[in-house]
Design a protein around this ligand. Structure first.
Ligand SMILES: Cc1cc2nc3c(=O)[nH]c(=O)nc-3n(C[C@H](O)[C@H](O)[C@H](O)COP(=O)(O)O)c2cc1C
Length: 212
């Protein structure tokens, strides 16, 4: 079945924001897009909706049924507290931060109403390669983006410097030995959702066999 681009993309992207009402899966996949966290606003999902989103998000391929990932949900005032602490760490690294960057650091976790950390707990295993466990955490991240969309919210998968700076891990609740797969930002937006370039299939697909 050929999937065609929507005749009116702007209308189709609006469908993402209203997905829980009327968008079909094929139509959704044809236009699925992230919305940058800085373009997000209230409302975000409440606790019951977050639990519903996470219940969908964990339905990913997972070799060995190890569930080699976990979530940390950042909500409310805690987001501003984390931003202040990240700013302190950023200033320790570079005391000459511009006013603009001070604001960026301070608001890392307050751009979106809800931020969900996806933590990879991948570890050596007698049968399941660690690489497969790591990929399962990536699958969780994409599923989380889509489950948030399915609840009528926009979403964005970010990592940023503190995902790779272990000094930030105690602040963020990440335990020693764990890795951050992503911080999934979830909220609403007043901005139009626009297309971004996608790779041409011939650049990323090799065909082997087949006669048609
Ligand atoms: C693992 C991962 C980490 C990312 N981290 C960042 C980031 O730190 N900052 C950023 O601007 N974009 C980051 N991105 C890209 C954003 O998610 C981007 O908005 C998104 O890929 C847009 O594509 P989409 O609309 O097809 O989802 C990351 C993507 C992935 C897969």
């Amino acid at each position: 079945m050929a999937i065609s681009r929507p005749a009116d993309p702007a209308k189709a992207y609006e469908g993402i924001k209203k997905m829980k009402k009327d968008i079909k899966l094929l139509d959704y996949l044809a236009v699925r897009r992230s919305v940058p966290a800085f373009q997000m606003c209230e409302p975000g999902p409440d606790k019951a909706e977050i639990e519903s989103i996470l219940t969908l998000a964990v339905r990913v391929p997972d070799h060995g049924k190890l569930a080699p990932w976990r979530f940390i949900v950042y909500r409310g005032d805690e987001r501003a507290t984390i931003g202040e602490e990240l700013l302190k760490m950023a200033l320790e690294k570079n005391p000459d931060l511009s006013e603009e960057m001070i604001k960026v650091e301070r608001t890392r976790f307050t751009r979106a109403p809800v931020v969900i950390g996806v933590v990879s707990t991948a570890a050596p295993h007698v049968k399941i390669p660690e690489w497969e466990q790591v990929m399962s955490a990536g699958a969780v991240c994409l599923n989380l983006l889509m489950a948030a969309n399915a609840h009528g919210y926009v979403s964005n998968w970010l990592t940023e410097w503190f995902a790779f700076d272990e000094r930030a891990y105690p602040l963020l609740g990440v335990k020693p030995g764990e890795k951050v797969a992503g911080f999934i930002h979830i909220g609403s937006t007043e901005f139009p959702i626009v297309e971004r370039p996608r790779p041409a299939l011939e650049d990323v697909v090799s065909w082997r066999g087949g006669n048609d």
